[in-house]
Design a binder for this molecule. Structure first.
Ligand code: MSP
Length: 646
């Protein structure tokens, strides 16, 4: 495939708080995407940075008794310096206080003003200081700001407005004509719904008397620029817009990665700004979900922020990266717990991957002088592994292109598990006595399989996988097209010394709460609910552990049998904000047509798993009946889909 070009961006993080796991996630995701693309032979430019103007930052500086400039100069380093610690390598870091950014914003404002797309008007409305914006009377909820729930004030003000409404129809047409433009697809519908309510013009100035910390409006010295108009422009400012000859090299290939809470600003404000400026729209805007803590977004104000640096220091940055990318489906929310991270480390990394490498290296050390043995002609079993590895290369490329990183990782881990089984089945530690050539071949297959896995997991855990490759006595593979079976050279010296991923103890949980309830049997997902850690012999769990389980009511929209199974049904369920696919083992008791329209209760934050090659994104709850059937749990009356049980 011909090499493609990608310009990847993260949001610019506000400097009103220290970096947390939500910020780390988006940046690690873009870093992994960048590394995957480069592995596939593509060219990538990766931009991140900090959003340094506006009321929030000014307030944060005031609280610290610093000038805004002192505050941002100090705090931006917390972000800039965190990324290398998480093994993130960006190509450019932009601060919105840099001259190159200020120049681009002012050029854009002037251009839009000159062409009549910015006008001045008196505006009266309800102003929310917390949300930094005006609201119409109808928008208010109980007379309060709908975003923050805080007080609003009625004020009249002269301001500058961008004629955003003029571009609404063109934007709508663009979204409809380009299905991959806003990802995941359900988010595109959300934006279309927003546009259908009628697009207003956008207030893009703030009087200096109210807010001085911003970019001066070039045609009126009494005003500064609204922080979003300012910040969004970074994506072109960093490439030297409007006059840098390098700008066209990257801009038409832009892909923005953002959190779902800032979708409107990107897909509506930013796109219409670009249309007005005569600049092409980005290729895609991907809205990710949130990392939750007990089902609430982690945020500074809620005080439930997990410090990514803390996790990195305890478990290592690459275990954290693996967890973030494996346990989050791009676009959906996920619960962050230290315990889930430790379990992931122990099962996937220490056990499946690390142990296999150690076992194989140990035998090679003992019987082959620590040198990669000869492979020889493959048996049918090995032919199968070789074919699987080959298919996996293409699968990983497709899955990454579809942003299914968690599945790309999982399918690579399936190869590792296959190698584990093969090692046990072929038992080289026994055959070494009777068939040394067969033992040599088994070990070669395992080592070579590990080399492939290390290459495909490299974008997720760059340093650990480089270490593993080196320990296997192999050279790093920089392009996936050069990764061929048989590339591991017999005779190379293995350098496997320490365990790559040590096993970890589960973090200590709080004292158990009384009154254990027997959990309902899990009917979805073909598997039982993951057993809670027995924090006492009676299986009592702490209240906090229970709170980690998100139970939601879902409405079944579609149901069909999974071909080849009489037990499994594939359901499409509606959770209000999102649709999910669930594979449930209830096909013997229920006909698909009996389920459509029914409300069920599901565990909504289980890590997705593959059943019959289908991904199951949740588990439906059911109980056994005395006649050997199943009864589904459901609310006593209809409730909005997505409602959470508590
Ligand atoms: N400064 C704006 C973005 C301007 S882009 C031109 C901003 N900054 S932010 O620091 O508040 O948030 C940055 C990103 O972090 C957002 O995409 C937001 O969704 C993401 N996250 C913040 N908390 C999060 C979680 N708990 N989980 C995942 N991401 C979340 O908005």
């Amino acid at each position: 495939m011909a090499a493609e070009r990608f310009y990847y961006t993260t949001p610019l993080y506000y400097l009103n708080a220290k970096p947390h796991i939500g910020h780390a996630y988006c940046t690690v995701l873009v870093d992994a995407m960048t590394r995957f693309r480069r592995l596939f032979g593509d060219e990538v430019h990766f931009l991140t940075g900090t959003d340094e103007h506006g009321q929030k930052v000014q307030k944060a500086a005031d609280q610290r008794g610093l000038t805004p400039q002192q505050h941002v100069d100090e705090l931006h380093a917390a972000f800039r310096d965190l990324w290398p610690d998480l093994h993130v390598h960006y190509d450019d870091f932009i601060r919105t206080t840099e001259p190159r950014h200020v120049r681009a914003v002012q050029t854009l404002l002037q251009r839009l003003h000159d062409q009549g797309d910015i006008y001045v008007q008196d505006y009266a409305g309800w102003y929310s200081t917390a949300a930094e914006r005006f609201w119409a009377e109808d928008d208010l909820v109980d007379g309060k700001c709908p975003d923050t729930g805080l007080e609003v004030q009625y004020i009249t003000e002269r301001n500058y407005f961008f004629r955003m409404s003029k571009y609404g129809a063109a934007l709508r047409a663009h979204i409809v004509a380009n299905p991959g433009f806003i990802r995941p697809a359900n988010r595109a519908n959300e934006v279309l719904g927003f546009l259908d309510k009628g697009l207003q013009d956008l207030c893009i100035s703030r009087p200096k008397e109210r807010l001085s910390w911003g970019i001066p409006i070039p045609f009126d010295e009494d005003y500064v620029t609204y922080v979003w108009f300012d910040a969004l422009t970074n994506y072109i400012a960093a490439l030297g817009w409007p006059d840098d000859p390098e700008f066209p090299k990257w801009w038409p290939h832009a892909h923005h990665f953002i959190g779902k809470d800032i979708l409107t600003t990107h897909s509506v404000y930013w796109t219409t700004m670009l249309m007005a400026a005569g600049v092409a729209l980005p290729q895609s805007i991907t809205a990710t979900g949130w990392w939750l803590s007990g089902d609430r977004k982690m945020s500074k104000s809620l005080g439930n922020v997990v410090d990514p640096l803390g996790m990195k220091d305890v478990y290592g940055p690459e275990v954290l990266r693996y967890f973030l990318l494996r346990d989050m489906v791009v676009g959906l929310d996920s619960n962050f717990t230290e315990e889930a991270l430790v379990r992931r480390n122990n099962s996937d990394l220490a056990n499946d991957l690390g142990n296999l490498a150690r076992r194989a290296a140990g035998l090679v050390g003992r019987y082959f002088g620590g040198r990669v043995p000869e492979g020889g002609a493959p048996t049918p079993d090995e032919e199968e592994i070789i074919a699987e590895a080959r298919t996996l290369h293409g699968r990983v490329q497709d899955l990454v292109a579809e942003l299914q990183l968690h599945t790309a990782i999982e399918e690579t881990m399936q190869l590792v598990r296959r190698l584990n089984k093969y090692m046990t089945d072929t038992a080289p530690f026994k055959t070494i006595k009777t068939h040394p050539a067969a033992a040599a071949r088994s070990l070669y297959t395992v080592l070579e399989g590990l080399r492939h896995a290390a290459c495909l997991l490299g974008p997720v855990m760059p340093e650990k996988m480089a270490e593993l490759t080196d320990a296997l006595g192999a050279a790093p593979t920089t392009n996936i097209h050069d990764l061929r079976w048989g590339g591991l050279v017999p005779g190379s010296v293995l350098k496997m010394e320490e365990a790559l991923f040590p096993r970890r103890d589960l973090p200590v949980t709080e004292a158990p709460a009384p009154a254990p309830a027997k959990p309902p049997k899990g009917a979805g997902d073909g598997a039982k609910a993951q057993a809670a850690p027995a924090s006492s012999p009676e299986g009592v769990i702490a209240f906090d552990d229970f709170m980690k389980v998100v139970l939601r009511v879902a409405t079944v929209r579609e149901a069909e049998r999974v071909s080849g199974s009489d037990k499994l049904l594939r359901l499409q369920v509606d959770l209000g904000e999102e649709r999910r696919q669930v594979v449930a083992g209830i096909g013997k008791q229920f006909a698909p047509e009996d389920l459509v329209g029914r409300q069920v209760v599901m565990v909504a934050n289980l890590a997705p798993r593959k059943i019959f090659k289908l991904e199951s994104q949740g588990m439906i709850l059911a109980v056994d009946t005395p006649d050997g059937g199943l009864a589904l749990l459901q609310p006593t009356r209809e409730v909005p889909p997505g409602a959470q049980a508590h």
